[in-house]
Design a protein around this ligand. Structure first.
Ligand SMILES: *[C@@H]1O[C@H](CO)[C@@H](O)[C@H](O)[C@H]1NC(C)=O
Ligand SMILES: *[C@@H]1O[C@H](CO)[C@@H](O)[C@H](O)[C@H]1NC(C)=O
Ligand SMILES: *[C@@H]1O[C@H](CO)[C@@H](O)[C@H](O)[C@H]1NC(C)=O
Ligand SMILES: *[C@@H]1O[C@H](CO)[C@@H](O)[C@H](O)[C@H]1NC(C)=O
Ligand SMILES: *[C@@H]1O[C@H](CO)[C@@H](O)[C@H](O)[C@H]1NC(C)=O
Ligand SMILES: *[C@@H]1O[C@H](CO)[C@@H](O)[C@H](O)[C@H]1NC(C)=O
Ligand SMILES: *[C@@H]1O[C@H](CO)[C@@H](O)[C@H](O)[C@H]1NC(C)=O
Ligand SMILES: *[C@@H]1O[C@H](CO)[C@@H](O)[C@H](O)[C@H]1NC(C)=O
Ligand SMILES: *[C@@H]1O[C@H](CO)[C@@H](O)[C@H](O)[C@H]1NC(C)=O
Ligand SMILES: *[C@@H]1O[C@H](CO)[C@@H](O)[C@H](O)[C@H]1NC(C)=O
Ligand SMILES: *[C@@H]1O[C@H](CO)[C@@H](O)[C@H](O)[C@H]1NC(C)=O
Ligand SMILES: *[C@@H]1O[C@H](CO)[C@@H](O)[C@H](O)[C@H]1NC(C)=O
Length: 538
């Protein structure tokens, strides 16, 4: 470097070499630290006041002349300059500038000062590799809960840096993470929600203290733990259907796609999983499928299906109430999805008037079963058609119930009626016996012991008649027959049992009849409610 200058100063260099040993023994002050590309100033001793002639050397295997305050000597390199008359200013430091420097000052006496310069470099960049993660469109990394994540970090500097990882969870302070030795990688085996946060790799140059860091935000995502739940509901106004898909417990929230099935025609996609459909998009039995997709969930998503259905109604076709007493009409709705809203209507004088509960009407609903209790029946006010209506966005279904209101009956009336019925029954039995062969009669007589048979036949006929009566009652045919019907009411429990017996007899299955009689009597209790199902779309 200073090859042209050195040979002209041999005597100085000899002196310097002799003196070096003394300084080493005396010990040196802390090194001056500079950084590559930066400037540094080395002072010629810690002295204030006027200075003498100063010459700077570099201590190599031989001292090398650098600079003198005598302007007759040019600096060894343009990077070197004299500052404040005695200090050595070095521009644009290089790593090779590291070393020991000597300053010789000649004033009244010659003094020597030594400066130790150390040069640091970097770190300028930090390389971070977090693997087995995904990257969001905005560059943020995410890892699936429970997965393994490898963190590694490296950086270069002179002297080699200390590399450390730090972790900062949201709303908490930074904590050192992993090792702060130059070891720069670690593995997190089971990622969990509390490991979501900012991971910072910090590289520090121990000499210069220069630090460089890279912060990476890592989100820990988890799919919902269970299957999605589909639901259809009536929304405000009962004319719109709200499809709701819930798939809770995941992070972040999943996306939902509702489609019509089959066909897969899209109904809508959303973050909420809620879609509104109007009636024109609905038909009985139609299916809708919701597919939930989550960024770390199953690749094809998870799905659920709802099938919408209109209601089926079951009710008694007719009911009887005695003046002044109470009667309860029951309406059983089934199959409706979403669940139907059940209303009771009347159309006796005012068609389709909705019945509101009050002192006269009591409406109770238990699930999809509704009862209307009419208190203190009045013939004028209460007799007529009642309509049970079940309505959901898929459709409206109605069933009619005829309520007849009767005068209460008295004991004399009952006895009279029973007697007349018995007579009528006997007459019919006689007719039957004549109609069928005597053999038949004999067989029957053996199978059933006499008295029972008589009862059977008598009551059967009256019942058959009554069943017919019920059918025609709507037309209000005969006052007298209605009186019969009134009187039959308390015996309802028996009557169907008898019907079965006759049916068996007519079919000729007499042997079976004898064995199965008990079973049939048991069955009769199920049948006695005389249920009629009627679906009538409106
Ligand atoms: C180094 O000093 C020169 C002038 O002596 C100056 O122009 C330059 O900006 C300095 N560099 C730094 C990094 O301070
Ligand atoms: C110079 O020396 C004095 C006393 O020896 C000391 O107090 C002072 O801090 C030194 N200054 C520098 C810049 O080293
Ligand atoms: C500077 O150096 C020249 C050449 O060696 C010398 O003649 C001159 O006396 C020196 N000046 C001082 C002030 O030492
Ligand atoms: C020169 O001396 C002045 C005053 O002592 C000081 O402020 C300045 O920083 C010094 N310059 C250098 C390059 O050391
Ligand atoms: C400078 O001197 C110090 C102390 O004597 C020594 O430890 C160091 O190795 C020297 N540096 C060079 C480059 O010789
Ligand atoms: C140099 O020596 C002269 C005479 O011996 C003295 O007056 C002066 O103060 C000294 N200067 C310094 C800096 O020591
Ligand atoms: C990051 O690390 C993984 C495994 O540790 C390796 O497969 C991948 O190549 C690395 N990526 C970079 C950019 O270094
Ligand atoms: C990137 O997007 C995710 C999810 O939308 C968000 O949580 C995160 O804060 C975003 N990061 C940046 C740097 O915008
Ligand atoms: C290393 O870790 C210890 C304690 O965890 C800390 O006191 C020290 O400052 C760390 N060293 C570096 C270089 O960060
Ligand atoms: C990570 O740091 C950024 C910037 O400071 C901040 O906006 C973000 O909320 C942090 N993320 C977490 C998870 O702490
Ligand atoms: C009709 O119902 C009301 C209220 O439930 C009750 O107080 C009344 O006694 C009932 N009447 C008859 C005749 O059962
Ligand atoms: C009253 O109800 C009956 C039975 O459901 C029905 O046939 C008739 O049309 C209704 N009348 C009116 C005016 O709606």
């Amino acid at each position: 470097m200073a090859a042209g200058v050195r040979p002209s100063r041999p005597q100085v260099l000899v002196c310097l070499g002799v003196l070096l040993a003394r300084w080493v023994a005396a010990g040196l002050e802390a090194p001056v630290i500079g950084e590559v590309h930066e400037n540094v100033t080395l002072h010629c001793g810690n002295i204030s006041g006027p200075r003498g002639l100063v010459t700077w050397y570099r201590d190599d295997s031989e001292p090398v002349f650098l600079l003198s305050s005598n302007s007759s000597f040019r600096p060894a390199e343009p990077r070197f300059s004299l500052a404040n008359g005695s200090s050595l200013h070095i521009k644009a430091l290089r790593l090779q500038d590291e070393g020991n420097y000597t300053c010789r000052e000649v004033l009244n006496e010659t003094r020597w000062f030594r400066v130790w310069l150390r040069v640091a470099r970097g770190p300028y960049e930090v390389e971070v590799n977090i693997s087995s993660t995904g990257t969001l469109p905005n560059g943020t990394l995410y890892a699936a809960k429970g997965s393994q994540v490898d963190f590694s970090c490296s950086s270069r500097s002179w002297p080699p840096p200390v590399v450390e990882w730090q972790f900062r969870a949201p709303d908490s302070s930074t904590e050192p993470f992993g090792s702060n030795l130059t070891v720069s990688s670690f593995i997190l085996l089971l990622m969990s929600q509390n490991l979501q946060g900012n991971y910072t790799c910090l590289a520090t140059n121990t000499l210069s203290g220069r630090q460089r860091k890279v912060t990476t935000e890592l989100l820990v995502y988890s799919p919902p733990p269970s299957a999605p739940q589909c639901r259809a509901e009536m929304s405000q106004g009962q004319l719109t259907l709200q499809l709701t898909c819930r798939w809770d417990g995941g992070y972040p929230d999943p996306d939902f796609l509702w489609t019509e099935e089959p066909g897969g025609v899209a109904v809508g996609t959303s973050k909420l999983g809620v879609e509104m459909l109007n009636q024109s998009q609905l038909s009985d039995g139609k299916k809708f499928k919701c597919v939930g997709s989550h960024i770390v969930g199953p690749e094809l998503g998870a799905s659920c299906v709802v099938q919408i259905r209109s209601a089926s109604l079951v009710s008694e076709p007719m009911k009887t109430c005695f003046v002044g007493s109470n009667v309860t009409l029951t309406c059983q709705v089934s199959g409706a999805y979403p669940p139907a809203k059940i209303l009771w209507l009347r159309n006796l004088t005012q068609p389709e008037v909705v019945i509101r509960p009050n002192g006269h009407y009591l409406i109770t609903q238990n699930g999809q079963s509704s009862t209307l209790t009419i208190r203190n029946c009045s013939q004028v006010l209460d007799e007529g058609y009642y309509v049970c209506q079940a309505k959901n966005p898929v459709g409206v279904r109605e069933v009619d119930i005829w309520l007849s209101v009767k005068e209460p009956w008295n004991i004399g009336g009952i006895v009279g009626t029973i007697v007349s019925l018995l007579l009528l029954g006997l007459a019919i039995i006689s007719g039957l016996m004549l109609y069928y062969s005597p053999v038949f009669c004999w067989k029957v007589g053996n199978t059933f012991r006499g008295q029972d048979m008589g009862d059977v036949m008598v009551l059967v006929d009256s019942e058959e008649e009554e069943v017919e009566e019920e059918d025609v009652a709507e037309e209000e045919e005969e006052e007298e027959e209605e009186a019969d019907e009134r009187e039959e009411s308390p015996k309802e429990i028996n009557k169907h049992g008898h019907i079965h017996r006759v049916t068996a007899l007519v079919n000729g299955n007499v042997d079976w009849m004898g064995n199965g009689l008990q079973a049939l009597q048991d069955d009769s209790s199920e049948e006695q409610s005389d249920i009629v199902q009627e679906d009538r779309p409106v």
